[in-house]
Design a protein around this ligand. Structure first.
Ligand code: ADP
Ligand code: MG
Ligand code: MG
Length: 907
């Protein structure tokens, strides 16, 4: 933290010298059809502020107000958490404009203006920062409000809410103190829900709240409205650097923002009586994408009552028309107005005051991957957006949700309870009762379902690591539901039959009791809660998902291959759209019990003849594997990497296994042991591995090449097209490749001659050693293709051991020395430069050099963008990431305006 402050304060000092603080406009007005801001100013006004201004301009009915810029929040933190000079004067000036626009006066008991003070960063961070409603109430104003509205109950209800919110979010008085007082009054007066309390009851609540406030704060509740306002503004600024907000930004990879804006807005009241209401809605279903109004409302309520799960909200679609035909019709019109303007699903908040609808917020709605896909395809049909926009609307990383298994519809299941299908997907795990417990147990390797009455923002750490989330109260827009959808975590919300006793760590459903070791299955698509572990089935690319993928393929120029070692991998990947195999790791073929035995025999052989004899036993296995893969890939290119890991990895390391091995090979235990210790290396990752093995033992390479070419010839005889690419791992010099090429060519030519089948193949290398990248123009004289093995290339460029990186990398990330884990997202500034150079140098001597990437990065959307930019021919990733890479490649092409259609046009 101190580091951040010094860095920023230096900058702000400079800024002060060059531009006097007064010239900076910090406050932007909106109201009555006019606004100083607009949708384009999200950086400066935050998402909420920019859209309040924009909705005002439509015009939609937005209560007048003003927005204090995000820059001001940044300055506030730079100044060591002090409000910049002159800010409150500018605020007061704008308050006058709001008074004029509303015809009310702040702090005037006869005609009071009340305001809401609301946070709102550029990126929405639901529930992470603070909002205070009803600012401007005091002992005199509450009386005035009561007279003016002839509604004493309403006035005191608003006042008690202010004391509670101000005490809680501004002064840090724990909310439960207020809750406690409210329950006492309710119990004493026989009130079941808040709305049962009459004016006298609420007056008593106000008295008690004030007492709690002064006891804990050590000061009376401030009666001066301007003092309230200033404190509330400051509290919003402060919440930006609160633990919750910081953690949320970390988890969601939100960086480079200076702060939150503050919106000060005149209040409208959903709690003035039964002709008033407040609600939240999505213009379409954010869980399935169905084009149907999706919202909830509460009559006679204010603010966050809907999301807080205090009373159970009503479904707009089925209930609002019964309550008010006019409001329901208005809301349906709002749905289409918003979608036409923003061309995307909107998540909006509204309040109805005495029958009049007010819009309080709108933003693009967070949605599940399934919904994103459905909505994007529908909106193209509705001509709201074009295909390219639709493709860009689906976040490649989120496809993970669609590619993961669902519960087998044919499986037997014991349904214990049913809640709301709040976030789709199947989850199986043991029960944790608190977020903290979930974090701990997941760190210990358990799979967890987090079970809570309702979640709260402090729970996000635990929600993030859990397989699924189950709550017993709360609706489709409750905290748990919204956050889970955002995370793509399956969630069943409001399963009322589930009784949770977190103190004794027990969960009761009917007569049955479940504890921390019980396993539950939850289905976020149906809301079902099931006993035990229900079996899962694989996902399929169909319906709108298939359509989006088809469009993605239309625009992308990068080819997508897969990393696969078996015919099964190959088949799965082809179903997901793979256009070849970018990396087939042959060592994985040696681990089955029969094969590993021959492998060990080969490694322990004391003469070259003995080694060749052992290799000859391995040959048929390899040939069959390759044949299987060639058949599955049916003509698509297959890159096969020759043996890579150090031989040591194949030998047994405990004495019992060593003895058995010795017995079966007719050797002594000592002989085996001595070979094991001979092969031991201090640093095997930089040791005798990769093509260095083939340099020492060319007969291993010969066996593998023979198996590849024989399989290819066999396939061709069977009428299957093949296109093998032989890949040498870990080369660092041209001479290595030259040396090994002799053995490769001789073997291949011999097989071709023997079988009498013409078999073209390519000879290429993996670029993993920085030296190979730097000398790529030499390497490419021999290598016919490059495949960037970015796992090793990253390891060697940074000098970070892949296997030990977790001992220090978390510190680097926390201290922001590194922005990201370079093994997950390609380090474009360092490793990426090597790639770019190698491609350029390589193609300078071999213009048609085929270049691809086969490290983990091939399935990482950010890295895929880079690969597109530097002109690789393909990326290769694990089968399940193929659709992600296809979509990411389309994004890269569309965003850089370098799509297939354009390329063809150019030709
Ligand atoms: P969040 O970012 O957590 O959604 P908001 O600033 O949107 O916080 O405020 C939360 C809720 O407070 C809103 O959904 C709305 O119900 C209520 N609210 C905010 N501003 C006003 C206002 N001007 N008048 C009445 N209610 C308001
Ligand atoms: Mg809030
Ligand atoms: Mg809101």
């Amino acid at each position: 933290m101190p580091k951040l402050l010094t860095k920023r304060s230096k900058k702000s000092k400079k800024a002060k010298k060059s531009s006097p603080a007064r010239s900076v406009k910090r406050v932007y007005f909106f109201g009555n059809g006019k606004a100083e801001g607009g949708a384009h100013l999200k950086d400066l006004l935050g998402g909420k502020g920019a859209n309040l201004a924009d909705m005002t301009l439509v015009p939609l009915p937005v209560p007048p107000g003003f927005t204090i810029t995000t820059e001001t929040c940044g300055d506030y933190n730079d100044l060591g958490q002090k409000l910049p000079k002159g800010l409150m004067n500018e605020v007061k000036g704008h308050l006058l404009r709001v008074e004029k626009a509303t015809g009310k006066k702040f702090g005037d008991a006869k005609n009071p203006l009340l305001v809401a003070v609301r946070s709102g960063a550029k990126v929405s961070m639901p529930g992470m920062m603070d909002t205070v409603l009803n600012i401007g109430m005091n002992d005199a104003v509450v009386e005035g409000m009561a007279r003016l509205t002839s509604n004493e109950r309403f006035a005191y209800d608003s006042y008690r809410r202010l004391i509670n919110m101000f005490g809680d979010t501004v002064m840090g008085v724990d909310h439960h103190h207020f809750e406690h007082e409210l329950s006492e009054v309710k119990n004493a007066r026989g009130a079941k829900v808040d709305t049962d309390l009459d004016a006298d009851g609420l007056k008593e609540v106000v008295q008690r709240y004030k007492k709690v406030y002064s006891q804990i704060v050590g000061d009376e509740f401030p009666q001066n409205p301007l003092v309230q306002l200033e404190h509330a503004i400051e509290a919003v600024f402060k919440s930006w650097m609160g633990d919750r907000a910081i953690k949320y930004r970390e988890l969601n990879d939100i960086r480079g923002l200076r702060g939150t804006a503050v919106n000060v807005q005149s209040m409208v009241f959903g709690n003035m009586g039964d002709d008033c209401a407040t609600g939240v809605a999505f213009t379409r279903n954010p869980s399935t994408g169905e084009n149907r109004f999706y919202g909830e409302f509460l009559v006679n309520a204010q603010g966050e009552d809907v999301v807080a799960g205090i009373r159970t909200p009503l479904d707009c679609q089925s209930e609002m028309g019964k309550w008010s035909k006019k409001s329901w019709a208005e809301l349906l019109k709002v749905k289409s107005t918003l979608e036409k303007r923003y061309k995307d699903v909107q998540d909006f908040e509204f309040t109805i005051e005495k029958g009049k609808l007010f819009m309080l917020q709108t933003r693009n709605g967070k949605r599940t991957a399934a919904a994103a896909v459905q909505i994007a395809v529908d909106m193209v049909k509705e001509r709201l957006i074009d295909e390219k926009t639709a493709v860009l609307r689906v976040d490649p990383a989120s496809l993970d949700q669609l590619l993961h298994p669902t519960f087998d519809p044919k499986a037997e299941k014991k349904i214990l309870a049913k809640g709301l299908p709040a976030s789709p997907g199947a989850a199986v795990g043991k029960i944790a009762f608190t977020a903290e417990e979930a974090e701990k147990r997941v760190a210990d390797g358990e799979k967890i379902i987090l079970v809570r009455r309702e979640t709260e923002p402090a729970d996000i750490g635990g929600m993030h690591v859990s397989e699924g989330i189950l709550t017993s109260t709360g609706g489709m827009t409750s905290h748990a539901a919204v956050v889970a959808r955002g995370m793509g975590t399956p969630c069943v919300a409001g399963a009322g039959a589930v009784h949770i006793d977190s103190a004794s760590r027990q969960l009761k459903i009917g007569d049955a009791t479940y504890g921390p070791d019980s396993v539950l299955s939850i289905d976020g698509s149906t809301g079902e809660v099931m006993e035990g572990s229900v079996p899962l089935v694989e996902a399929k690319l169909s319906g709108p998902f298939g359509t989006i993928m088809k469009w993605a393929d239309k625009y992308r120029t990068l080819k997508i291959r897969t990393n696969g070692d078996t015919p099964t991998d190959a088949r799965v990947a082809r179903e997901f759209g793979a256009e070849g195999i970018g990396l087939c790791r042959t060592e994985h073929m040696f681990f089955d019990p029969q094969r590993i035995h021959h492998m060990r025999e080969m490694i322990l052989a004391q003469t070259i003849e003995a080694r060749k004899a052992a290799l000859a036993k391995l040959l048929p296995y390899q040939r069959d594997d390759f044949l299987g893969i060639f058949k599955e890939m049916n003509g698509l290119p297959v890159t096969i990497r020759l043996l890579d890991p150090p031989l040591h990895e194949f030998l047994p390391h405990n004495e019992k296994d060593q003895q058995e091995l010795a017995n079966s090979l007719g050797m002594s235990l000592d002989q085996v042991k001595s070979r094991v210790s001979q092969l031991h290396e201090a640093n095997p990752m930089l040791g005798h591995r990769g093509d260095r093995l083939a340099v020492t033992y060319p007969e291993i390479l010969e066996m593998q090449v023979q198996a590849i070419i024989e399989a290819a010839c066999q396939a061709k005889k069977e009428g299957i097209k093949v296109s093998p690419e032989i890949m040498i791992p870990l080369a660092g010099t041209k001479k290595e490749l030259d040396y090994l090429k002799v053995f490769t060519t001789e073997t291949a030519e011999r097989v071709i001659k023997e079988t009498g089948v013409k078999m073209p193949y390519l000879y290429g290398t993996m670029i993993e050693v920085p030296r190979a990248a730097v000398t790529a123009d030499e390497i490419a004289q021999t290598a016919e293709f490059f495949s960037f093995g970015t796992n090793d290339l990253t390891q060697m460029t940074f000098g970070y051991s892949r296997d030990d990186v977790n001992s220090f990398l978390p510190d680097y990330l926390k201290k922001e020395i590194l922005e990201r884990d370079p093994f997950q997202t390609l380090d474009t500034d360092g490793v990426g430069q090597l790639i770019e150079m190698a491609v350029r140098k390589g193609r300078s001597v071999r213009p048609d050099l085929k270049c691809g990437i086969c490290g983990e990065h091939g399935g990482d959307p950010k890295s895929v963008h880079f690969c597109h930019k530097v002109g690789l021919n393909y990326v290769s990733c694990s089968p399940y990431r193929v659709p992600i890479a296809r979509l990411a490649a389309a994004h890269a092409a569309i965003l850089s305006d370098d799509t297939k259609a354009k390329r063809n046009g150019r030709k």
